[in-house]
Design a binder for this molecule. Structure first.
Ligand SMILES: [Cu+2]
Length: 1449
């Protein structure tokens, strides 16, 4: 191909499209819509194949009913009218054929299995009443039926186990679940003759009566204390979901410029490399079959099995409730989805048909939705500022399939999510109404009072899934990987010990070994392994990662425990059996004492190696209802599930084949202007000319797509209001600059501080970018945040504005006693004083050897290494096809074994411009002693090559020359084939969903402050420790004084010296200063607000990281809360979940951390971090795979920990708080209404934690499920106003306590520690800890000294983290999916009801739904509002501007 062709095409396309758009625009009012792109075309015939899993059609149901009526030989009454003494059809559903038959058909060219139905019949009108199950077939014209009851259940199913029919319930306020009146009746309806049914007990307000007559007479005699309950108004009063405010500015939406990128036909969905079949079981709900990626089956079946709720109460109804929702019908009660709230407006909606409790089939409209969702964050990304400038990234755009079941009061949102990296997530979120009891007596032992007479009762939610994985074939084995520390002698310094993480591997051979109870410790990596291996020799696998907050389901002594024995295990893997299709049965609910299916029986120690396996996963949470459950439970924080992720299944991450990949290099991007007018675009072309042909092609397609989208957008404006009218957020911006008290320094202020220091320190200062260790220089200048007392006095007490001051860190190398000194310099803007605060902060001078290494120091080390490498030219040519100039060095840390050491292992990699060298080690590592202040005295201490140690490069060369060295030749790769390349392998395709705000942003940003729907947040960035927020308020009330990242630890294991000694403390490298410019559309949504940050580090002039912080409102494509009511009254209420996000992304050498802070309409704050970027690696040799997985020809992905530490200075309802724990216990009590029986009743266990030592929770240890920061104030219901802390983390041990550097990272000991806030304990770590962890400058453990924490100003210190065992799919990058951890701060009785009840985004549909218009319902405004176009600014990227790479000799 002519290499100029793409450029010519690009110019041509731009011009033509410009002309075209002008023409079209001039036609003005002609209406045309965005052409939708043709959907994926199916290459195989699998669509009709997948009908083998399809639900019954209404026609098929009719046929089955007719057949049964004609062939059973008994009279059948329609179930909707049937008495218990009648015969009736309970349900008809598809009978999914046996797996062997299906596989024979799908894979083996076998015949299509007969299509059959399963009919469940109640035979009440028989001498021996019973339930019978028939398989009826073949469809569409049944000719046979087969009684399968005995075969399935080992005997007849007794009639008393049948589910209640709708007609058995006697049937108006909305949300009546919250309006108990105190009266409960026990009905005995066991007789088949309904005239025999009796009320056998009556309960009123704590007392039991024989019947209503006895209650009435007791009342008449005045022996009853009556609690008069006001009659609730018809719309339900406090429980109403009607909007309390008129619609405001339109919420953010996503639109698909060229239509959906997925397709749905019948029961088959195709999305990118994914395909699967779906269905809806009447009882268990949504299920997926035959899930394939790139044509290869990964999952045969994923299905929900059961949803269990166990309640505690002091009312009889509440205390005896153990709902098994499957028996009510999770599929049958699937509720119609409301466009724009339950799923995105433009999602694809599908109806389902079912036949249950009737002889005619019914339809649930819009019961399932499918849509692609832009998650507003990168799936992976890396910004490279080492060796070469480039950026690669891929936005996280996933396909979601959803249904929502309304089971009485609760609404469960069931999601299956398909990611572009081959991962599948199952997620369930709870919303709807809580169940409640009448408040009386000792009610508060069982929950919280949530309204006048209403007790929100404590309960658990447990969900069981069946996951029939077929990973690389039907036969799999189960493997476990985890990490353990081993003590090793440092091979280069045998007198020294290193605590080295090691990969532990285990095959789980039997069902018993593979059954993990809730309390048991589960290996952190559990995966299904195939018989085949990937390119790197590892068994191909899929890993199961569970997110659950479940505890004990019921005590095992309980007489009904076996019926729910699936809930004993968070994970149990069994051999798949056709006769163990489900973990439970619909008959278990009404006879749990003799369970029809007892899951525990499945686990009988059979071998599970190389068998067809099923994973049974239980996930759940404890729910202690609180005021904010009124009117509804919100989905925020009530989300659980699991992830199936490839683990060495592929040879590298399959998302590299996505059409959405973005890649550009430093020199090509400064002037890249997509979608700009042609004269500017022509200007861009000259710059494009030096790019590769491939890049040009990509740009061409991108340009086409963007311009096309713009044209579409302009066209659609023709028929609607022509522009999007930005509405000004109705923010109460009363700040008048108060939050500037927290603001980062401005560049002008930095300049002033530098000038002041130069003039007033009385010593010569060299610019740090040129300074030698023996010079004096300014290391950093940052804002000195004033003391809290002063700030509060100013903010709240009308006090004076605190003096604005800076903190300057100086390296004094050119002094008799070299040291690091910290000065406070003020007042700004014109400094007049400086104060040495070093001794006050650290109790003494900071020794000079603790100083962080500067870029200048690295550059000088680099020169030394280059010089040394020239001593081994023949070796380098032989091992690496290199003259030494194309190699890159990566530092490790810490730098020695004891205080004062400054000797660093540098790992040497092959550098290929535009790729991450981190994946290409050549096997060579060098240990450099750079401790001397005179750099000419620096020297190489050790050389490591391929498992051997040498004293110098000269010796290495000599050994090589003498033929005494085994050399592993590493070929020079090309830019296209190199392991670390992020260049997309596919040209761009049609664009994915684009988030936009029809009426502009609904948040506002002024100075350092964001306001959004009642939220107000001051933000900043510490150059070392990274993002920090201050003075977080909700509706004017401060919740958090400070929320800041403290430290990020990455701790490695390896059999190479650099890897095994690496314990990076990223704060000392600079988490904030290495947060670079964000890329629109990948790192944050295209239309987010981007903010610059300024730093002064290792320099005398300020640097700007443009657009390095982004702020946006994200459409979560989920309801925040919703309820669909079809009992007592028909209505729907719901509220979309949109979230304000503040984000920065730090690139710390190889890794990229995505730091998120999220703010919800429910008053919750969430903190999250995701890891992406490159893994660090070692050269593979010897027993390397004891320390990780091989991911390339010579590359070992080394296992490591990621631990992050946060400080949260909570001020909940005032500065002084208490810490309380709440959890659930079981008490065994006699049924008050039937003393012969006992019941295991959940109750609420509360404790106030008085001292710091009680509030320090070690990692891996137990922690109460509810931890709340409480105030002395009370809410309307008398509860202390509180915020709850909920942590999502997979962290384990950080380092053995015996390690000599453990104290430097002793914050890693605790998942949570709560201490008294002290001005002199501002941070849990120090930039000086990295280079002298043996004498830590700050040791967090010292903060915990058993002081009282009752009624004090408190700080919560939170660790989150995970174990990372790199695998083939970490190449080229670690993906964010599944590598996210964080925590939530949620209101807990802080308000009197959920604050989102007042949201203007609420939707309510009652009987009068047609009358609703744009004035009352925001959804009605959507079509018009969404017709206006987002204004996309031209794409630019300046993130590589003003940067330079160290020059090479
Ligand atoms: Cu990692």
């Amino acid at each position: 191909m002519n290499p100029r062709l793409p450029y010519i095409l690009l110019v041509g396309a731009a011009v033509i499209i410009f002309i075209l758009s002008c023409m079209l625009l001039s036609r003005g009012k002609r209406s045309a819509s965005c052409e939708s792109h043709p959907r994926n075309v199916e290459k195989t015939g699998s669509r009709s194949q997948s009908l083998v899993f399809a639900d019954l059609t209404p026609e098929e149901m009719v046929q089955v009913v007719r057949y049964l009526q004609e062939n059973l030989g008994v009279p059948l009454v329609d179930a909707s009218r049937a008495f218990p003494s009648d015969n009736c059809i309970f349900s008809v559903d598809v009978q999914v054929p046996a797996k062997a038959e299906v596989l024979q058909f799908l894979d083996g060219g076998g015949a299509r299995p007969a299509r059959e139905a399963l009919a469940v019949l109640y035979f009440g009108n028989q001498p021996d009443p019973n339930i019978t199950e028939y398989v009826v077939g073949p469809l569409p014209t049944p000719a046979y039926h087969r009684d399968v009851t005995v075969q399935k259940y080992g005997g007849r199913v007794p009639y008393h186990r049948r589910l209640m029919l709708g007609s058995e319930y006697e049937q108006n306020v909305s949300g009546f679940f919250l309006h108990p009146v105190g009266l409960e009746v026990l009905v005995d309806h066991s007789s088949l003759d309904i005239s025999q049914w009796v009320v056998s007990r009556v309960f009123y307000n704590g007392q039991y009566y024989r019947d209503m007559v006895q209650l009435e007479s007791a009342y008449v005699q005045g022996r009853i204390s009556v609690e008069k309950v006001k009659k609730a108004p018809r719309d339900g009063d406090f429980s109403s979901m009607k909007p309390r405010a008129p619609p405001a500015a339109m919420f953010p939406l996503q639109y698909e410029p060229q239509g959906p990128r997925y397709s749905v036909r019948n029961n088959h969905v195709v999305f990118q490399a994914w395909s699967f079949a779906f269905g809806m079981s009447v009882n268990t709900g949504m299920r997926l079959f035959d899930v394939r990626y790139q044509g290869e089956r990964v999952v045969y079946e994923i299905s929900v099995q059961e949803a269990l709720s166990v309640y505690g109460s002091n009312c009889p109804g509440g205390m005896s409730t153990r709902y098994m929702d499957g028996s009510f019908g999770i599929g049958r009660f699937t509720s119609p989805l409301v466009r724009g709230v339950d799923c995105p407006y433009s999602a694809t909606y599908m109806d389902v048909y079912y036949l249950a409790q009737s002889q005619v089939s019914r339809t649930t409209k819009n019961a399932l939705c499918v849509f692609e969702h832009n998650l507003g964050s990168p799936l992976r990304r890396h910004y490279s500022n080492l060796q070469s400038f480039y950026y690669g990234g891929l936005v996280n755009s996933a396909l979601i399939v959803r249904s929502i079941a309304t089971l009485g009061n609760y609404d469960y949102v069931w999601d299956f999510i398909f990611y572009q990296n081959g991962a599948i997530e199952a997620k369930v979120q709870a919303t709807g109404y809580v169940s409640s009891s009448f408040l009386h007596g000792d009610g508060l032992r069982y929950g919280n009072r949530v309204w006048e007479h209403t007790l929100g009762t404590i309960h658990t939610h447990s969900i069981n899934y069946k996951v029939d994985l077929d990973v690389g074939g039907v036969k799999n084995s189960l493997m476990a990987h985890d990490m353990a520390f081993e003590m090793a002698r440092a091979p280069w310094s045998p007198e020294q010990q290193i605590e080295r993480p090691r990969l532990t591997k285990k095959v789980l051979d039997t069902e018993d070994q593979a059954a993990f109870r809730h309390q048991s410790k589960m290996p952190r990596y559990i995966y299904f392994a195939a018989n085949s291996k990937n390119k790197w020799g590892h068994q191909r696998g899929y890993r199961i990662q569970i997110v659950s907050f479940a505890g004990e389901h019921v005590p095992e002594a309980s007489s009904m425990e076996r019926a729910i024995s699936w809930a004993r295990y968070k994970l149990a893997v069994t051999r798949r059996k056709e006769d163990e299709p489900t973990s439970t049965s619909i008959y278990n609910q009404n006879d749990p004492w003799m369970p029809t299916v007892a899951f525990a029986d499945f686990i009988n120690n059979e071998t599970i190696t190389n068998e067809d396996l099923v994973a049974w996963i239980t996930t759940g949470f404890l729910h202690i209802p609180h005021s904010e459950d009124i009117p509804n439970t919100v989905t925020v924080g009530n989300s659980i599930g699991f992830l199936l992720r490839p683990y060495n299944y592929y040879d590298q991450d399959p998302s590299i084949y996505s059409h959405d990949g973005v890649f550009f290099t430093g020199h090509s991007t400064r002037v890249l202007q997509l979608g700009s007018p042609p004269d500017r675009a022509a200007g861009a072309l000259s710059a494009v000319a030096d790019m590769s042909v491939k890049t040009a092609l990509i740009l061409l397609v991108l340009a086409l797509a963007t311009i096309f989208a713009l044209v579409c957008v302009l066209l659609t404006r023709g028929r609607a209001p022509s522009t999007c009218q930005p509405q000004h957020p109705e923010q109460e911006d009363t700040d008048d600059g108060q939050s500037l008290v927290f603001a980062d320094l401005t560049p002008e202020e930095m300049v002033q501080v530098v000038r002041y220091l130069q003039e007033n320190l009385g010593v010569p200062l060299v610019d740090a970018s040129r300074a030698f260790p023996s010079d004096n220089c300014i290391f950093s200048v940052d804002v000195q945040v004033p003391a809290k007392a002063e700030v509060l006095q100013f903010l709240d007490g009308g006090g004076a504005r605190p003096a604005r001051e800076a903190l300057a860190v100086l390296y004094f190398g050119n002094q008799p006693d070299p040291n690091i000194t910290e000065y406070v310099v003020g007042p700004l803007p014109t400094p007049a004083y400086h104060r040495d605060v070093t001794v006050q902060k650290y109790g003494g001078k900071v020794p000079y050897h603790r100083r962080p290494v500067t870029a200048k120091e690295y550059a000088d080390i680099d020169l030394l290494i280059q010089r040394e490498l020239r001593q081994a030219p023949r070796f380098l040519a032989a091992c690496c096809d290199s003259d030494g100039t194309d190699l890159a060095m990566l530092t490790t840390a810490p730098r020695g074994f004891q205080s004062g050491d400054r000797a660093t292992w540098f790992v040497i990699f092959r550098a290929v411009a535009g790729t991450g060298f981190f994946l290409s080690p050549v096997g060579l590592e060098v240990l450099v002693d750079h401790g001397h202040l005179d750099i000419s005295r620096w020297h190489l201490l050790q050389v490591f090559y391929n498992g051997q140690y040498f004293t110098s490069t000269r010796t290495l060369e000599a050994k090589f020359a003498a033929g005494l060295l085994t050399v592993v030749r590493v070929e020079k790769p090309s830019a296209e084939t190199v392991l670390g390349s992020m260049r997309p392998r596919q040209p761009p395709g049609p664009p994915g969903p684009l988030p936009y705000e029809p009426q502009g942003p609904r948040y506002s940003v002024r100075h350092n402050r964001v306001t959004f729907q009642g939220w107000s947040i001051a933000f900043g960035m510490n150059p070392n420790s990274g993002p920090r927020l201050f003075d977080v308020r909700y509706h004017g009330e401060r919740l958090i004084y400070e929320l800041s990242l403290q430290e990020a630890l990455a701790l490695y294991g390896s059999n190479c010296p650099g890897g095994m000694s690496t314990r990076y403390l990223d704060g000392s490298f600079g988490i904030g200063r290495f947060a670079y410019e964000l890329v629109r559309g990948v790192d944050c949504p295209y239309l987010a607000t981007y903010v610059d940050r300024h730093y002064l580090v290792e320099s005398e002039t300020p640097r700007t990281n443009q657009n390095s912080l982004c702020i946006f409102e994200h459409d979560a494509a989920l309801p925040l809360r919703r309820h669909f009511s079809d009992i007592h009254s028909a209505y729907y209420g719901g509220l979309r979940k949109t979230t304000l996000v503040i984000r920065a992304v730090s690139t710390l050498l190889n890794y990229d951390y995505v730091w998120d802070f999220l703010f919800y309409a429910s008053g919750a704050v969430e903190v999250r971090v995701h890891a992406t970027g490159y893994i660090s690696s070692s050269f593979l040799h010897g027993q390397g795979t004891d320390y990780g997985n091989r991911v390339g020809p010579h590359t070992l992905g080394t296992l490591h920990l990621h631990h992050m530490h946060y400080k949260v200075d909570l001020d909940v309802g005032g500065r002084l708080n208490w810490l309380e724990s709440q959890d659930m216990g079981y008490e065994s009590v006699r049924d008050p209404w039937s003393m012969a029986n006992t019941i295991e009743r959940p109750f609420l266990r509360k404790e106030r934690l008085e001292r710091e030592n009680d509030a320090a929770f070690p990692l891996g240890g137990p922690m109460p499920r509810y931890l709340t920061f409480t105030s002395s104030q009370r809410n309307q219901w008398g509860h202390p106003r509180s915020y709850r802390l909920q942590i999502v983390s997979f962290a384990g041990e950080h380092l053995p306590a015996s390690s000599r550097m453990e104290r430097a990272i002793s914050w890693g000991r605790y998942q949570l520690a709560v201490t008294q806030r002290k001005e002199e304990e501002p941070a849990s770590s120090s930039v000086y800890n990295q280079n002298d962890p043996w004498t830590p400058t700050v040791a967090f453990a010292d903060f915990i000294d058993n002081e009282t924490i009752a009624g004090q100003d408190l700080v919560a210190w939170i660790s989150v983290g995970f174990l990372h065992v790199p695998h083939a799919e970490d190449v080229p990058n670690t993906v964010t999916v599944g590598n996210g951890v964080g925590f939530l701060l949620r209101p807990y009785n802080y308000f009197d009801e959920d604050p989102s009840a007042a949201s203007p985004d609420s939707t309510y549909l009652g009987g009068e739904r047609d009358a609703a218009g744009c004035g009352t319902d925001p959804l009605s405004c959507l079509p018009e509002a969404a017709a206006c176009a987002p204004h996309l600014p031209p794409f630019r990227y300046g993130g590589f501007l003003n940067l330079s790479l160290p020059s090479r000799p």
